[in-house]
Design a protein around this ligand. Structure first.
Ligand code: PRP
Length: 216
C-alpha cells in the first residue's frame, strides 16, 4: 500500500488536527513525543505518514504531491493561491481577515484615499483593495506583530487576522472592514484525489460524521 501523506501546519492547528484524527482511528504515537527532532512520522499499519511544516509551505507540498493531504488555515490557502482541492471546512480556528486601524482611518477608507496597508498577507490585501474595492493602495509586507504598523506610523491601516479582538483593543485599534471568515481547511492534491479516491473519500466521510456528531 502506498503511504497517504499528511502535511500539517505546525503549532496549535497541528495538535488539534492530530486529536481529531485520533478520534477517527488515525493515530501516530511517534508524533506525541514533544522532544523529538524527527520531521516525519509513520504509521506502518495504516499506511500513513504525517509531517509538520510551516503553515505557508503546506499548500506547496500539497500542490506538488509531496503530501496528498494538507491541514491549513484558509488565510494561507488564499494567500498562497496554489492549485489544490479544498475539500472540507474543519471548523477549527475560526476567525476573520479584516482591515483594521485607528477609528480615524475610517474616513480615509471611505474616500478611497491612497493609503498604506501593512500586512502579512499581501495577496489577500491586493485582491481586496484592487479587485473588490477598486481602491489604489500601497501594500507593505510585514512578517508579524502587524498591529504595530499604524501605531508607529508605518501605515494607515493593516490587513490581519482578528480572533478575539483583544490585540486590537489593547493597542487602540478597531475593525474597520471585514474581508472574509477564516478557519482550518483540509486540502487535497489534485492527482491524489483521483489515485487515492477511495481512501480519501472514506477519510472525508469519517471526519464529516465526527464533526456532525460533535456539533449536535
Ligand atoms: C494573530 C494576528 C493578530 C492576533 C489576533 O497573530 O496576527 O495579531 O493573532 O488575535 P486576537 O484577535 O485574538 O487578539 P499571531 O499571534 O498569530 O502572531 P503575529 O503577530 O506574529 O502574526
Amino acid at each position: 500500500m502506498r503511504y497517504l501523506t499528511f502535511a500539517l501546519a505546525k503549532g496549535r492547528l497541528a495538535s488539534k488536527s492530530l486529536a481529531m484524527f485520533e478520534k477517527i482511528g488515525i493515530t501516530c504515537e511517534e508524533m506525541k513525543d514533544k522532544d523529538s527532532r524527527k520531521l516525519i512520522f509513520v504509521n506502518e499499519e495504516l499506511g500513513i505518514r504525517f509531517f509538520l511544516a510551516k503553515a505557508s509551505d503546506v499548500p506547496t507540498y500539497v500542490e506538488y504531491g509531496a503530501a496528498d493531504i494538507g491541514i491549513v488555515g484558509k488565510d494561507t490557502i488564499l494567500e498562497e493561491g496554489r492549485k489544490l482541492y479544498e475539500v472540507m471546512d474543519l471548523g477549527m480556528g475560526s476567525c476573520h481577515m479584516c482591515v483594521c486601524g485607528p477609528e480615524s482611518a475610517r474616513e480615509l477608507l471611505k474616500h478611497h484615499e491612497r493609503i498604506r496597508v501593512a500586512t502579512k498577507y499581501p495577496a489577500i490585501a491586493k485582491d481586496y483593495f484592487y479587485n473588490k474595492k477598486h481602491q489604489t493602495v500601497e501594500i507593505i509586507k510585514l512578517n508579524g506583530s502587524i498591529e504595530l504598523a499604524p501605531i508607529v506610523g508605518l501605515s494607515e491601516v493593516i490587513v490581519d487576522i482578528v480572533e478575539t479582538g483583544a490585540t486590537l483593543k489593547e493597542n487602540g485599534l478597531t475593525v474597520l472592514e471585514e474581508i472574509c471568515p477564516l478557519s482550518a481547511r483540509m486540502v487535497v492534491n489534485q492527482v491524489s484525489m483521483k489515485r487515492e479516491n477511495d481512501r480519501i473519500t472514506s477519510l472525508i466521510h469519517d471526519l464529516r460524521t465526527l464533526l456532525q456528531e460533535e456539533n449536535k
